[in-house]
Design a protein around this ligand. Structure first.
Ligand code: ADP
Ligand code: SF4
Ligand code: MG
Length: 328
């Protein structure tokens, strides 16, 4: 990949575990939730990079780190070659404007007491003091048209007067007004009715083409990855287990966890044939992740080494990476 627009290097986020007062007194050891535990990936300009994996594997935390909404425990995020965690003042403000997030829940991400016009205009009010009211109004109307809402019809409304799909369109319009280069979309359609999901996905893809946006698209749904992704990474308990071009990973998955996600048959029956891989049990806790390969308690291929040694992530074919002892 030539000069990726975004480069994530060994990124980590450990949250201190909040415990009861007595528990804290009794135990001296501080415990951490290892939400993101040393992940690296590159995102090419104009591409859609998907982060996939079950709930709790660290996708949202990764998004928040990339947007510098929270500080990392370790690691770097380079945007156009610049380490975003080192930025201050004007430079930070500029990068913040160039990277925008679309959240999962359109019911919570819009201020219920603000009218749609003010919601979409707010980033301009804060960041573009150079613009007149008329100029801002024009940008807001254009953004609402871009997301296929009728500005005249919605500007004076409050979020509760809109449907879930319309609210998510408003959230997208708000993300667009500062002319970002990168959009981080965190499960943007998972709270919406299945019937309107495709229209929002299509809208995102159209906007991506129109404005040559780069997108980090987070989802637990591999059908969505297939629909809009260029490249993807599969996460498990804070780690990337497999990564590569979407067609490559989904058509020729090599990691047992990816294979299980794709075959999608969580039936705890060990007598089933090996072809249909079964994931047994629950996702373990990221507070005390299993030693060795984190997937070993659920992996049908786990061997002795898997319980002891953490597999390194290796390139098995051009651009296709996997972290599993079966391929070392
Ligand atoms: N602010 C926080 N404080 C403590 N733990 C957190 C915090 N945010 C997320 N976590 C934990 O980190 C892990 C990863 O969470 P998250 O990034 O939200 O995963 P995903 O988006 O893949 O569902 C989970 O175990 C979650 O409970
Ligand atoms: S390293 Fe071992 S336990 Fe982990 S996925 Fe590979 S075979 Fe399974
Ligand atoms: Mg999440």
């Amino acid at each position: 990949m030539k000069d990726p627009i975004l480069r994530v290097v060994n990124l980590k986020k450990y949250f201190p575990l909040r415990r009861g007062f007595i528990e804290t007194l009794l135990s001296r050891r501080r415990l951490y939730v290892r939400a993101v535990d040393g992940i690296s990936f590159n995102v090419g300009e104009g591409k859609v990079f998907c982060l996939a994996g079950e709930s709790g594997c660290g996708k949202t935390t990764t998004a928040r780190l990339i947007l510098r909404l929270i500080p990392p425990t370790d690691g770097k995020v380079y945007y156009k070659g610049v380490d975003i965690f080192s930025l201050k003042g004007k430079e930070l403000k500029r990068v913040r404007q160039e990277m925008q997030m679309i959240f999962q829940d359109p019911y919570q991400s819009l201020n219920p007491r603000m009218r749609i016009f003010d919601i979409v205009n707010e980033p301009l009010d804060i960041n573009r003091k150079d613009l007149s009211y008329e100029e801002k109004r024009e940008i807001v109307y254009k953004a609402l048209e871009d997301v296929r809402l009728d500005p005249e019809e919605v500007v004076d409304k409050f979020p509760h007067e809109l449907s879930g799909g319309e609210r998510q369109r408003v959230a997208i319009a708000r993300a667009l007004v500062l002319r970002p280069r990168v959009i981080v979309a965190d499960e943007p359609v998972s709270m919406l009715d299945a019937s309107i999901r495709v229209s929002i996905l299509n809208l995102l893809m159209d906007l991506k083409e129109k404005y040559n946006l780069t997108m980090i698209y987070i989802t637990h749904d591999l059908a969505q990855v297939r629909y809009l992704g260029d490249d993807m990474a599969v996460m498990y308990l804070g780690k990337i287990v497999e990564m590569g071009p979407v067609d490559e990973v989904l058509d020729r998955p090599v990691h047992p966890y990816t294979q299980a996600l794709i075959s999608n048959v969580p039936i705890p029956d060990p007598t089933l044939s090996r072809k249909k891989i079964v994931i047994r049990g629950e996702v373990p806790s990221p507070v005390n992740p299993p030693p060795g390969c984190r997937f070993h308690p659920r992996c049908p291929y786990a061997r002795e080494i898997c319980r002891r040694e953490e597999p390194k992530i290796l390139e098995i074919e051009k651009g296709h990476y996997v972290a599993c002892h079966l391929y070392e």
